[in-house]
Design a protein around this ligand. Structure first.
Ligand code: PMP
Length: 300
């Protein structure tokens, strides 16, 4: 899907065509690029960005891990994001800030290399139909925390996600589920996993995964709804005992898993934690629950 026509590029609004970064650079060659994904929603008080502070904190953290100097404050990027949404006249959608080393040169020395910072926007309407996926535990293991800082969203890491994705698709599944190098359940290529069993919600603990912002939202709203949440090391065998399994991520929000090869098939259940959480998430992102309004940054 093509982004909206106007982007923010190194400090000013520019036509999308200016984003034709097809020249040779270190961002492309070495994955020397960081990014984040942010949603904004149509709320009772107009368009508002969901958990912007947490996304900007993560974006700046990712940049610092790759020794990047964004040269803008978080406040300036917040204004830039709002500006891109306004100038494209978008009511709801998705925002992707990216920073990458754009020096058109060979060699891995990125110290002091030119940096490009760009913000893309997509119109994205709320999709009412419940989405679901079939996933496969892939042979490719999640990159080990001793080999990379998994708290950062660095494009280069996604070669690991892509290998898992290809493996899953070649076996006829929609998405991969990765185990970590110790054999514990980790995460999907671009999402986190939750397992509901006997009214309790389980999710892999932070350490071997990207601690997603949606994961954090779900843990907080589940606990506020009186649902016990347990963050722990999970072996794949545990998936066989699940009542429900779902993935979370900024883009997909909550997505039901209907099948994990050999491990899990969704059966009829009397009460769905997934549906309750999904409904609550919709209400919160729509600005309908006062308690969580501080998670929404109005665009005006
Ligand atoms: N894990 C990985 C590897 C991801 O790329 C993402 C997407 N950012 C997630 C989990 C989910 O994170 P979030 O909820 O912050 O989008």
């Amino acid at each position: 899907m093509k982004p909206a026509n106007k982007i923010w590029l190194n400090g000013r609004i520019a036509p999308l065509a200016r984003a034709g970064f097809l020249n040779f650079h270190q961002g492309l060659n070495y994955g020397a690029c960081v990014y984040d994904g942010i949603r904004f929603y149509k709320t009772t008080n107009g368009a508002a960005i969901f958990r912007l502070k947490e996304h900007l904190d993560r974006f700046f953290y990712s940049a610092s891990v790759l020794n990047m100097n964004i040269e803008k404050t978080k406040k300036e990027l917040e204004e830039a994001i709002k500006n891109v949404i306004k100038i494209n006249k978008l009511a709801s959608g998705y925002i992707r800030p990216m920073a990458f080393y754009s020096e058109p040169k060979m060699g891995i020395n990125i110290i002091g290399a030119k940096l490009t910072v760009v913000i893309f926007a997509w119109p994205w309407k709320y999709d009412a139909k419940e989405k679901s996926v079939r996933i496969k535990i892939v042979k490719t293991r999640r990159i080990d925390p001793s080999t990379a800082d998994l708290k950062a969203k660095i494009s280069g890491y996604y070669s690991n996600g892509l290998l898992g994705f290809i493996e899953a698709r070649k076996s006829g599944f929609d998405e991969p589920l990765f185990l970590d190098t110790s054999g514990f359940v980790a995460e999907g290529a671009v999402n986190n996993i939750f397992i509901a069993k006997n009214g309790i919600l389980y999710t892999p603990k932070i350490g071997n995964i990207l601690g997603g912002i949606t994961r954090n939202t779900i843990i907080r709203i589940a606990r506020d709804m009186g649902i016990k949440v347990c963050e722990k090391n999970i072996l794949p065998g545990f998936l066989r005992k699940a009542d429900e399994i779902f993935l979370t991520g900024t883009g997909i929000e909550l997505e039901r898993v209907t099948k994990i090869h050999k491990y899990f098939s969704q059966r009829q259940i009397p009460q769905s934690i997934f549906t309750d959480l999904q409904n609550q998430y919709k209400k919160i992102t729509g600005g309908n629950i006062k308690k969580y309004k501080n998670w929404l940054t109005p665009i005006q």
